[in-house]
Design a protein around this ligand. Sequence first.
Ligand code: NA7
Length: 535
Amino acid sequence: MSEQQTDLDLVVIGAGFAGLAMLHRARESGLHTRVLEAGDGIGGTWFWNRYPGARTDSECYYYCLSFSPEVVAEWTWSERYPGQPEMLRYLNFVADKFDLKRDITFGTRVESAVFDEGSGTWEVTTDTGESVRSRFVVTGLGLLTEPHIPDFPGLDSFTGETYMTCRWPADGVDLSGKRVGIIGTGATGVQAIPLIAQEAAHLTVFQRTPNYVVPAQNRPMEPDEIADLKARHYEILQKARDHSFAMPFEPGHGPAGDFTADEQRQIFEEGWKSGGFRFLFETFDDIIVDPAANESAAEFIRSKIREIVHDPATAELLCPKGYPYASKRPPAGHDYYEAYNRDNITLIDVGSAPIREITPTGLRTADASYEFDVLVLATGFDAVTGALTGIDIRGRDGLALKDKWADGPATYLGLTVHDFPNLFTISGPGSPFANIPVCIEKNVEWIGRALDHAREHGGVLEATAEAEADWGRQVQEVVSGTLLPQGAKVHSWFTGTNIPGKAPVVNVWFGGANNYFAACDTIADKGFGGFTTPG
Ligand code: NA7
């Protein structure tokens, strides 16, 4: 028997960065809110991804929440790129400071959310048999949530231990003395491989597509630096909000073509030393739009790989070719290429000889068999849409979101969907892929205003079909001027092509996070054009 509760203003799905920020904002508007969270604790991405080496790829002082000056003042980061345990401690610090957990129900997976036209409310049901009725629903499901496990024949026949990086046991895994095989060299695999190699007796890496990995250049944070960053936090935040990828970076040196090859190399060297995304955004301004600039950056990275990796055949296998740098989400490395100089690591190219099956003792590719005791799957996510379509969300006339999105997602601002009134999707498809916490907080601010507006105008806010179609056109148009769509041919989650059968469309906004924030603010300032309300 399901219990029914009818007195909620807002149900928030997910208790990661987005859910926590939304709950805090909703309380400011006096909304009776409940957060439903599948995990047994808060954290979302940082709750689930506990694999060795899991850490942020953005620097700590802008990969954080800004809504509370007290939190900014009181929390002190230890590393430039915090590890997963530190991120989880941070989010718990925020949640505890504002007593957020009292409104969060853990261990509760939302199975469906159905709009009832008669009452203008949503009925949300969970895997614990509960049913709650609410005027508004906000999803804070994350972009990279729904795990992708490739359909390898024989996966169940493996007699050793199998672990997904994104479901790594909280108590860790003892890999000492074991032969490990890992499939996947995306941002996750790139973080995990050096650490697994340190622990395991032997590590075999199965790589389908080599990535362009720039070292993150992690280091401890210094006390003076921390004090300075805290003092300037809101200035830094504004700088991030003014940046196309929501990072408080300096502009690049201009177009790469304005510089000689030697000058370019010197600037790339500086970017390499700065680390991570600074290499992409602070070297030249045209790397993601100009093929020649991109190839210069790509060739610089290849030269580094050849310099670092001693075995020339392994180095060549690690060199990405045939697709532009950053057209797949580029990982940040922590002694990644250096790991291949160990004598207990072997790199196998499963791009040219694909994995045919998992066997009881390992796996078989098109041309060889490999044995190991532990299989690690770092095979990515059904990104952006997967977590949303995994819930049976139904709008007007019983329309299922997954049917509406069968040929690709359609949203207005990545935040709302025509025919799904009062449903808001933080970081939904068509919103920016950029430094996520900054994007989340802008989304939350906007949704907070939208909820206030809806309550003042009849209680229902819905995107028009025209506004949604126009936004969809803009999402596709802005990306067509970049090299990013070319990543589609090498299974990029930006374009859905990492998932067999998924509609191959760009599902994030690449027209600049700054431009997106401005567009959202303008729409709210002008009274929510592109939306209908009853009154
Ligand atoms: P990614 O970046 O999607 O990487 C998944 C990896 O798994 C990638 O190397 C894939 O190769 C590999 N993969 C997937 N399916 C297969 C099959 N069938 N055979 C061999 N290899 C396969 O996910 P991550 O978790 O690493 O990173 C996700 C995001 O998290 C990242 O972008 C950051 O934003 C944080 P492929 O490259 O597709 O050839």
